[in-house]
Design a protein around this ligand. Sequence first.
Ligand code: SF4
Ligand code: SF4
Length: 317
Amino acid sequence: MTDARKIALTWKIHESLKAEGFDITGIAQASPHHEDSQHISEWIGAGKNGTMSYLERNLDKRGDITTLVEGAKSVIVAGLRYYSNEVPAGEDNYFVSRYARVKDYHVVIQEKLDRVQKIIKKEVPDAVSRVFCDAGPLTEKAWAIRAGLGWRGRHSMVINKDIGSFFFLGEIVTTVEFLYDDTSARDRCGDCTLCTEACPTGAICEDRTIDARRCISYLTIEHEGELPEEFRGLTENIIFGCDRCQEVCPWNNKAVPYTDKELAPEIPVTSLTRTDWLNMTPEDFKKTFKMSPIKRTGYKMIRRNIDFINYSSPEKG
Ligand code: SF4
Ligand code: SF4
């Protein structure tokens, strides 16, 4: 491919991603990064993945992206902001993480990137590409950093200096070559430790990873079985996820609410009162969260999380 063609194609892809509503985009050269699988195995070795044993699979693939798409040359990374600032959960509500107040991002991002993938195919008919969004053995944060989208904050999320950290990530791994954004964003956390101090359960580790066994987000969404007694009272009014470490981050002070219409939920989760949640039957739950990431966690686990709170403060049940 000539340089001129590569420049034109790169521009076209960035523009197509913008047209799909993505706020930040970047392209990294696809090459093996065995340090990714090394970091994950150390994290798993320390037991910090909790009951998420699925993360133990395909560790070798995490370190070599060309095992996911043979002959891969590029990793296109796109970020879509999902911040919202509705009235925070009060006495009569439970807290649901912002990312779950919008439509299931797996679906929304997949559809958007599928459309961009078609554009690549049209431009380069023999291209082989694959879309990822929080699924499959792709180290999303590491690739977002390599593509210049931001840096890894102390709370482990990727932060972009313009839009903060409330954004979803999606990727297209492709055999097509582009111009690469190889300027990694510099670490702008400095001496700040606000997230570490705000974390109710001390889940943020020195090495900027999270000990899932202590993280309320993991505990309320992924953890199987009863919630550990040591966290009783610490989950406050949270029944799904936890945004505390992101809420206190100065880089989110100017976070702008999302505007992408495809993210708009069918039912505003923040409008549900405690009584609504408590009266919800399994059938209501299925219907209400048909298009929401909350459905993956399921009725039983959400009820478990509610009971865990109510037992801590029965007067609010
Ligand atoms: S999501 Fe909540 S519990 Fe998890 S690290 Fe952040 S503040 Fe701590
Ligand atoms: S709160 Fe401070 S230390 Fe934590 S991620 Fe944000 S800037 Fe970094």
